[in-house]
Ligand binder design. Sequence first.
Ligand code: COI
Length: 375
Amino acid sequence: MSTALHAAAHADVSSAFPLVRTAHPVSEIERAAVLAAPGFGQYFTDHMASAVWTPEAGWHDRGVSALKPFSLHPGAAVLHYAQEIFEGLKAYRHADGSVWLFRPEVNARRFARSARRMGLPPLPEEDFLASVEALVRADEAWVPVSTGEESLYLRPFMFAAEISLGMRPSRSVQYCAIASPAQPFFGSVMRGLTLWVSTSYTRAARGGTGAAKCGGNYGASLAAQADAQRHGCDQVLYLDGAGEEGCIEESGAMNLFLVTSGGELITPAALGTILEGVTRDTVLALASEFGLKAVERPVTFAELREGIAEGTVTEVFAAGTAAVLTPVSGIKGEGYELRVGDGTSGQRTAALRARVLDIQYGRAEDPYGWMRRVV
Ligand code: COI
């Protein structure tokens, strides 16, 4: 099916979030200056989408309006018990000026799963899609004309707004989506990351919140990240509770992949302790295009370490919405340091990365029906 037909098949649901345009948009000159070098997560657009939930009224007050601060009572439950979840997805401008989202329904479904895990009311998929589409339409001028990999990063989130220190699910919930023009998370794309194998911190345990995209998981990762940096590394490689005797998990803000000399593309199985990444799923789907066999299974740390040392693990990379695909050039732990391959990006990593970006930016056909046109 052609890309245009896919786009036509999606109903226009944006009217569910009516727009009240801001009277004070950022000036064109200021916006152009931001778009020239947006960085990641530093600047925000003119509008935000929002909705409110109560048990009595369900989801209501949907709309898109001027970006503005929340007024939060110090007793708001989120400030005490971190009942909060979020998502991350991007809007891409194609060469013809049109603007597209990449698999937003997968984010919508994960948002609902995260909500259930955190005792929050799931936002219906159609509301999630309508809110991000309405926001992108309102702030279309903020979607960068991409010279490389710039995009408009969308950050839907939800939090417990009830004023209560009672330990129970909030009876007042705020949903919001904001947008931020973005360059890739790690800036210079093909510089390989080094990962610190943490034996001091774990990210999640079975039955915990590891698969939920909740703020607490990210807040808790900051000490581990600082530890990695103290050891001269860029990011953390999390192991499961069994430490170096156990399995590898993920890298906090990204899922991990191994390419083997036997032609396998291996990623740790999603057994409830890692985030089920949209890019992870995309890469698994694309593997066969590159003659790779996609494998999801537990991966022991010993297998990774020995595989790198012996050369049977030829490439390692990290994948996430913000990070896209980023090569891992080395891993380091207490008393050892290993270089992956020759320490530069492997060919499979580069090819998969280019394939994902070509689909996202409309430089290649989209045989999977992943793109959703917004403008
Ligand atoms: C994303 O990749 O969208 C994330 O949410 C990770 C975040 C640390 C930027």
